[in-house]
Design a protein around this ligand. Structure first.
Ligand SMILES: Cc1cc2nc3c(=O)[nH]c(=O)nc-3n(C[C@H](O)[C@H](O)[C@H](O)COP(=O)(O)O)c2cc1C
Length: 303
């Protein structure tokens, strides 16, 4: 007996709850995926103008985690649409991730992505910790975020996902305002700000002082944020941060995420997505479930 993997994020139906996280997969990744088992693939964040990104070293391994300071390297939206987008297989739902320094930039990039007719949804990256301007500033200031989401909502008709930052103390309020402003889904969460020191040189192990931490090290922290945002149940939540196996994915679904994303795990093991889906199917069937939807939000609060 098969498990129905289909989930709905707002009005958008996905083949599966598994979403590939922005910035962590490349064209080569598709060799390890199957369209019928993949909900969506969020492509690397693009900005209006090309960005060189931060100098090397950009990555440092930390216990159970990865510290990165890529700095949103990308060729700019026009070159991306001209030279790169057609290389991606059309059998997958692609999500365009938008970054910017101003509201106008976000709006312009979102409009260009929509006009290409290649995307099933737009994700606003308002949570990159590794750029000097834009990014996280939007994600932390709820008034600014509200205005940004409203402006983009008014300019494009594709489903709008907003990727929130964990680096704030008021994620519930930010989530509520974002959904009121017209977001169809909240993606929780981007990387946590952290640092690592080379004790021999007494300097940062990456080229910038701090970077974004991902991987299993952040899973309990991300899970708690997803729980808090999903509790309000007013908007779809795509949860993730440190998901490495099907058990991790189940935890996010149980606390209320309708779908989950996988990032760093794919850098370590390109078969992670495939293994997570087969593990999920087997576990659900073994526990008497018929569909993914049945396990979502089944968390029992401690009495
Ligand atoms: C190398 C690297 C590059 C990333 N680039 C982006 C990006 O361009 N845009 C974005 O929204 N998130 C980016 N992220 C964050 C991931 O999409 C994800 O939110 C984060 O890594 C937490 O999930 P994980 O622990 O499963 O990796 C990046 C993460 C890594 C490790």
């Amino acid at each position: 007996m098969g498990i129905d993997l289909k989930v709905k994020i707002g009005s958008l139906e996905l083949n599966s709850p598994l979403i590939l996280a922005s910035g962590t997969c490349s064209l080569e990744t598709f060799a390890f995926l199957k369209p019928e088992e993949t909900g969506a693939v969020v492509l690397k964040t693009v900005t209006l103008k090309p960005r060189q990104g931060n100098p090397p070293p950009r990555l440092a391994e930390t216990p159970a985690g990865l510290l990165n300071t890529i700095g949103l390297q990308n060729p700019g939206v026009e070159k991306f649409l001209e030279h790169e987008i057609d290389l991606y297989p059309s059998s997958y739902k692609l999500v365009g991730s938008v970054g910017g320094e101003t509201i106008d930039e976000y709006v312009e990039v979102a409009k260009k992505l929509e006009a290409s007719n290649r995307f099933a949804a737009i994700e606003l990256n308002v949570s990159c910790p590794n750029v000097n301007k834009g990014g996280i500033e939007f994600g932390r200031d709820e008034m600014l975020l509200l205005e940004l989401v409203k402006e983009v909502r008014g300019a494009v008709s594709l489903p709008l996902w907003v990727k929130l930052t964990p680096n704030t103390s008021n994620i519930e309020k930010i989530a509520l305002e974002t959904s009121r402003a017209g977001a169809d889904a909240l993606v929780v969460t981007n990387t946590f700000v952290g640092m690592a020191v080379d004790i021999e040189t007494q300097s940062s192990r990456i080229s910038t002082l701090s970077g974004g931490v991902s991987g299993p090290a952040i899973k309990p922290l991300a899970l708690y944020l997803v729980y808090r945002v999903a509790k309000n149940r007013n908007v779809a939540v795509i949860g993730g941060g440190g998901i490495f196996n099907f058990r991790d994915a189940l935890e996010f679904l149980i606390v209320g995420a309708q779908a989950f994303f996988v990032g760093t795990a794919m850098l370590v093991n390109p078969l992670a997505a495939k293994e997570i889906i087969s593990g999920l199917k087997e576990w659900l069937a073994g526990h008497g479930f018929h569909s993914i939807k049945e396990i979502v939000g089944t968390f029992r609060e401690p009495s």
